[in-house]
Design a protein around this ligand. Structure first.
Ligand code: SF4
Length: 146
């Protein structure tokens, strides 16, 4: 199967701090079984690397310098959805806790590393478009209680 995947999970240096993340055994396993296409919504949205960290504050994304970067985050999310359709991908595997990619929770917008339930803006857009989203372990995110 073909999946788009958060590029930082494959060890690409696109994280906000420019650091490379070690590829996890779960992602190595996914890479053996499937074709993985790396995408970084924040870079696709036009943001540089490194960049100030940002967090969701409701519908807005604000960085640690107080700048509203919502437009870039939304642009990146749209671009990932477009690429997903372009490649006919079976789904998208996303990095946990990111304000773009988070599926199993996000930080609460206070820049105190406080975790709360919620989705990154890319995860949210993909799920609302009916795309299969998997977390970085290859599992679907928990369903929202109605
Ligand atoms: S936006 Fe997603 S792919 Fe890009 S660095 Fe953040 S978690 Fe990784």
């Amino acid at each position: 199967m073909v999946y788009l995947i958060s590029a930082c999970l494959l060890g690409l240096p696109c994280r906000y701090d420019g650091r490379v993340r070690e590829v996890s055994p779960a992602v190595e396993r996914l890479a053996k079984e499937h074709t993985l296409i790396p995408v970084c919504p924040e870079v696709l949205g036009g943001l540089p690397t490194p960049r100030p960290p940002a967090e969701r504050q409701g519908e807005r994304i604000v960085n640690a310098e107080g700048v509203d970067v919502t437009a870039a985050y939304r642009r990146g999310a749209e671009e990932v959805l477009r690429l997903c359709r372009h490649h006919g991908a079976d789904g998208v595997i996303l990095k946990d806790m990111s304000p773009s990619c988070g599926t199993n929770g996000i930080y609460d917008g206070s820049f105190t590393r406080t975790r709360v339930p919620g989705l990154g803006v890319t995860a949210e857009l993909l799920l609302s478009a009916g795309v299969t989203v998997l977390d970085e372990g290859g599992a679907p995110p928990p369903r929202k209680e109605k």
